[in-house]
Design a protein around this ligand. Sequence first.
Ligand SMILES: Nc1ncnc2c1ncn2[C@@H]1O[C@H](COP(=O)(O)OP(=O)(O)OP(=O)(O)O)[C@@H](O)[C@H]1O
Ligand SMILES: Nc1ncnc2c1ncn2[C@@H]1O[C@H](COP(=O)(O)OP(=O)(O)OP(=O)(O)O)[C@@H](O)[C@H]1O
Ligand SMILES: [Mg+2]
Ligand SMILES: [Mg+2]
Lengths: 257, 257
Amino acid sequence: MGKIVAIGNQKGGVGKTTTTFNLGAALAELDQKVLWVDLDPQASLTIYCGFDPDTFNKTIYNVLKGNSSIDHICQPTTFGPDLLPANLDLAIIEMELFNTIARERQLACVLSSVRDDYDFILIDCQPSLGLLMLNALTVSDEVIIPISCEYLAMRGVAGLLKMIDKVKLQLNSQLKIRGILPTMFDRRTKHAHDTLEQIRHQFEPKVPVFNHVIYRSIRFAESALKGESILTYAKNIPGAESYRNLARELSREANKT
Amino acid sequence: MGKIVAIGNQKGGVGKTTTTFNLGAALAELDQKVLWVDLDPQASLTIYCGFDPDTFNKTIYNVLKGNSSIDHICQPTTFGPDLLPANLDLAIIEMELFNTIARERQLACVLSSVRDDYDFILIDCQPSLGLLMLNALTVSDEVIIPISCEYLAMRGVAGLLKMIDKVKLQLNSQLKIRGILPTMFDRRTKHAHDTLEQIRHQFEPKVPVFNHVIYRSIRFAESALKGESILTYAKNIPGAESYRNLARELSREANKT
Ligand SMILES: Nc1ncnc2c1ncn2[C@@H]1O[C@H](COP(=O)(O)OP(=O)(O)OP(=O)(O)O)[C@@H](O)[C@H]1O
Ligand SMILES: Nc1ncnc2c1ncn2[C@@H]1O[C@H](COP(=O)(O)OP(=O)(O)OP(=O)(O)O)[C@@H](O)[C@H]1O
Ligand SMILES: [Mg+2]
Ligand SMILES: [Mg+2]
């Protein structure tokens, strides 16, 4: 039974898509079968995989509406994981699902048919707390919360933590916060060191914070342009090593249960 | 009659809040009367101003719902501009406004009573294309679109441009794209130079791109932590100069009309 992990944070630009992509690629390197789900209408993950979102007739939007199946939209990628792509259509799903019965469980219904085909299902979430985020939290076993090591990002997490508590209470009692993942850590600045310390101080022990820290590097932006994972584009930089370590920790843990 | 400018981009972490804050502070330096509107449930702008969002009983959320007035929530700040603060309550406004008559015009109704008290009203938007963004575009004269000089950010703008076209057609024919503002430009990397060139190449002349570029500097994150504008915290860095130049351009133009 595949483990479903939502990668989310209402704060924008903290490395959600970059984490979903590189963690997925690193898990595939460990021979784990991975499915990527792009749940963001701006389709960053779909773009990162080298696809043009506008070329898809059917995406996760159509599957959520019930007029297409997962098999029909599932795309194999050159990185190992399969992808359920998104495009701009997804921006209107929140208004359209509004009056649907069990509107928070639409993604759960959809993913239940493929859950056993994968070891991991990683969901890239958009930077907001709407119905799509609720759907992701309702279907997930775990949540990883990337936070960039800067002041405003640290302050922006409160909303998500409140939503997670509500979802655990009323929609998905299994949901667990797997951890806060510090990203864009610039070793050269005092601000990053202070913020990282503050993140550990403010959130632990109630919310775990990973020991793995993703270092800031321009290679990440470059690798997205190149359409490569950091694991091949700049395999020896500290950030690549951190994603591999994160993948090892998750797959070791999953294989225990 | 004050000019209303929305600062928005569905892509997260591109410098929307930082631009709203520092542009507002720079306009205040030029003796312009400015109102900041925080339209993001994560309340980054409210936090940047030094407030704790949880301490407010009433925010822009209550004004949009009609159970409070602007005068009641308006906060003077030490930077010059007044602020209409936000907090997490705002996250549910989209579902609550869903069945309201003229749901896209609620912000327009609210701001019409104070429009003549200010020279500029700057709206900090959240990173998504929901009903709040629609409200911001429906009430605005102009839109400034910050884009960080990195690949994924450049690709994430398509959704907003489509929404702007629809709003111009059906809700607000005066709406104009004031310009794309390149942010987080790291002069040391080839990636930033290439992306900036690509931004100008892809968007101009249909969509104007400001000549002012905001350079990447850790001083921005530090100034947010300190609760200071970049104009006082690091007044001589190129990024501070760029925000001053941008303010000069906007106020010169506004005083012409
Ligand atoms: N460790 C890192 N060091 C430097 N740059 C990074 C790092 N991780 C991601 N980036 C870059 O930062 C930008 C934001 O990352 P990304 O798009 O993954 O964030 P996000 O949280 O998914 O954004 P959104 O909120 O829009 O979904 C991208 O240009 C990406 O290439
Ligand atoms: N020119 C710059 N150079 C370096 N860092 C910057 C710059 N402008 C903003 N930042 C920092 O980058 C981060 C993102 O900026 P900001 O929060 O303003 O973006 P945003 O688009 O408002 O994000 P969101 O999508 O979450 O609303 C913040 O930590 C901020 O301090
Ligand atoms: Mg993303
Ligand atoms: Mg913001």
